[in-house]
Design a protein around this ligand. Structure first.
Ligand SMILES: Nc1ncnc2c1ncn2[C@@H]1O[C@H](COP(=O)(O)OP(=O)(O)OP(=O)(O)O)[C@@H](O)[C@H]1O
Length: 326
């Protein structure tokens, strides 16, 4: 079937996968359009990695349909994943070979013009001289970068990344974000999982929030923002009792005490917060510190999933080089 520009990169309907007694993904619908950056968020065990593994062909669905650029595994076999690359959990390489040698090996397996892309992929990865070092000595972040380079050898039109910034330092996170934006600008669909709602907000056009195998939110980032409650701030003043008193009965402002001597907790939109701070100043109550405690999107995440965003976990058992569908 010929690819058309408007065909969705991913169209999943009722996708389901069980492991023994656990339903990891329960009848999930997902659509990812070309050129879109689609975030997948959810607490530990929500089913994100299982979903991504099904898209990469590493795990077989028990039920539902999955089309990648209009192709299905039943009708098109391995060709259903042409143009699809990425990795789940952590990319894995031969530790006794250098980064470059690993890529050369993979490019040889891929065939076609993959070899011609090695230099560009390495340049994009930002690994620098580390490409000449053995992968066994790489940090988690360096492996992530090499994993992305390996994915780029396939000139993907759909790039699937499982927590791509996990283990990266701030510069690495910025590099990955820049790369994702650049690829999306070229029409590549990027589906990435993340535990960091601020990162999702910064990077993604669309987002699916999963909990217990189902989507508790699926829509654009603008729709998600529209549903977000007011953010929560932590406020320390020179006179907590007077600051509380000033806020009592005020509309659009929820101020409460964290503890006897602790800071105040303030829930308000930024505009309403600004007005409150001005009022505090007018009333002669000094503001000593004001920090964001929970962003609007993280608050919404709590509401939707009934818990805290999971902390990034150390990579679990990684797929083998052969299994990781770059
Ligand atoms: N190979 C497996 N065998 C048995 N159970 C599994 C397997 N893979 C996943 N599960 C279970 O499926 C559920 C979803 O797991 P999954 O790894 O997809 O979640 P996740 O959202 O990616 O979590 P995390 O954020 O911790 O990576 C969990 O209950 C998990 O224990």
């Amino acid at each position: 079937m010929a690819d058309e520009p408007t065909v969705a990169a991913v169209e999943a309907r009722g996708l389901t996968r069980r492991f023994d007694g656990t339903v990891a993904v329960a009848g999930l619908d997902l659509t990812v359009g070309p050129g879109r950056v689609h975030g997948l968020a959810g607490p530990n065990g929500a089913g994100k990695t299982t979903l991504l593994s099904m898209l990469l062909g590493l795990v077989r669905p028990d039920a539902g349909t999955l089309r990648l650029f209009g192709r299905t595994h039943d009708a098109d076999g391995a060709r259903a994943r042409d143009g699809v690359a990425g990795f789940v959990e952590a990319p894995r390489f031969y530790p006794y070979l250098t980064g470059r040698a690993n890529l050369e090996l993979l490019a040889g397996l891929d065939g076609g013009d993959a070899r011609d892309r090695i230099a560009d992929a390495l340049e994009t990865s930002g690994l620098g001289d580390a490409v000449k070092a053995k992968v066994g000595g790489y940090s988690v972040g360096m492996r992530q970068r090499l994993g992305i380079a390996a994915s780029l050898l396939r000139a993907p039109r759909l790039l699937i990344l499982d927590e791509p910034t996990g283990g990266l330092d701030p510069a690495g996170m910025r590099d990955v974000a820049d790369l994702v934006r650049r690829l999306a600008g070229d029409g590549v669909a990027v589906l990435l999982s993340s535990h960091d709602m601020d990162e999702v907000e910064d990077l993604c056009d669309d987002v699916t929030i999963m909990n217990a195998g189902t989507a508790v939110f699926d829509g654009t980032m603008a729709e998600l923002r529209g549903r977000a409650p007011a953010p929560e701030f932590r406020l320390t003043t020179g006179d907590a009792a007077a600051a509380l008193e000033l806020a009592s009965g005020a509309s659009g402002l929820e101020v409460s005490k964290d503890g006897d001597d602790g800071p105040l907790s303030v829930r308000a939109t930024r505009d309403r917060l600004d007005a409150y701070v001005v009022d505090l100043g007018r009333a002669g109550i000094p503001v000593r510190s004001l920090t964001l405690r929970t962003s609007a999107l993280t608050s919404l995440f709590f509401d939707l999933t009934g818990g805290a965003p999971a902390t990034a976990s150390a990579p679990a058992a990684a797929p083998t080089l052969e299994k990781a569908a770059r």
